[in-house]
Design a protein around this ligand. Structure first.
Ligand SMILES: [Zn+2]
Length: 223
């Protein structure tokens, strides 16, 4: 399913025992934690793109304290995943949503993120899923129609690429922060719902939308 990220290549990547290699001989190691790093030099605007290790740990504390549970539940209800699904989480961060959903439904789970610390944490904590470091903003490193479901959970959105890697009858679930998301920490944000639906309107048909809300009285106090 994975394809080579070397510029202009795009050949299928196959496992050669030690790592992944394409027909043109481009090769990628599998890390000790079990993930594959497909990031190319042109994918890095900074030396360490994406979430830092500290940001990954901070996000984990939010998960551990249940702040993200309402969103997870809403996604699980809306998606109703089946064991036969093949799911990509684009911009999966530390893998919490994807791995929690996969643990419940038993589907084939694939997570991509540009942050190596985030994917490293995901691979160590959730070894049952496949984890890849790549820049999904440039392209999603999977063959056409690889997935029955694509998730973008408070992450970047690449509508043409999501469409390409989804089967014709595939489903896309996009979660975006509401204007009052983490309002205790960062104040009121913009309402991005209309713009998000516009982004996907040419390639997808909207079948439903829903708002998930929860409150943690401690959040503001922790500042
Ligand atoms: Zn290649």
């Amino acid at each position: 399913m994975l394809i080579c990220t070397v510029r202009g290549c795009g050949q299928a990547l196959l496992c050669d025992g030690r790592g992944m290699v394409c027909a043109r001989g481009h090769s990628f190691d599998i890390s000790r934690a079990g993930y594959i790093n497909l990031l190319q030099p042109q994918d890095r605007r900074s030396k360490k793109p994406g979430d830092t290790a500290a940001a990954v740990q901070a996000r984990r504390r939010l998960h551990d304290r249940g702040v993200t549970q309402a969103l997870l539940q809403a996604i699980a209800t809306m998606l109703a995943p089946r064991s036969s699904d093949v799911v990509l989480d684009a911009g999966c961060g530390d893998g919490f949503y994807l791995a929690s959903l996969a643990a419940g439904a038993g589907f084939d789970a694939h997570g991509v993120d540009i942050s190596t610390p985030a994917i490293d944490a995901a691979a160590r904590r959730y070894p049952g899923c496949e984890w890849v470091v790549a820049n999904a903003d440039r392209f999603v490193p999977y063959a056409d129609e690889s997935f029955s479901t694509v998730l973008s959970i408070t992450a970047r959105m690449n509508a043409p690429e999501f469409r390409r890697v989804l089967r014709t009858d595939g489903k896309l679930l996009v979660a975006i922060p509401a204007p009052d998301d983490l309002i205790e920490l960062r104040g009121r944000g913009r309402d991005r719902a209309d713009r998000t639906m516009e982004t996907f309107a040419s390639a997808f048909t909207l079948v439903g939308r829903q708002r998930a809300t929860t409150e943690d009285g401690q959040l503001g106090a922790d500042r």
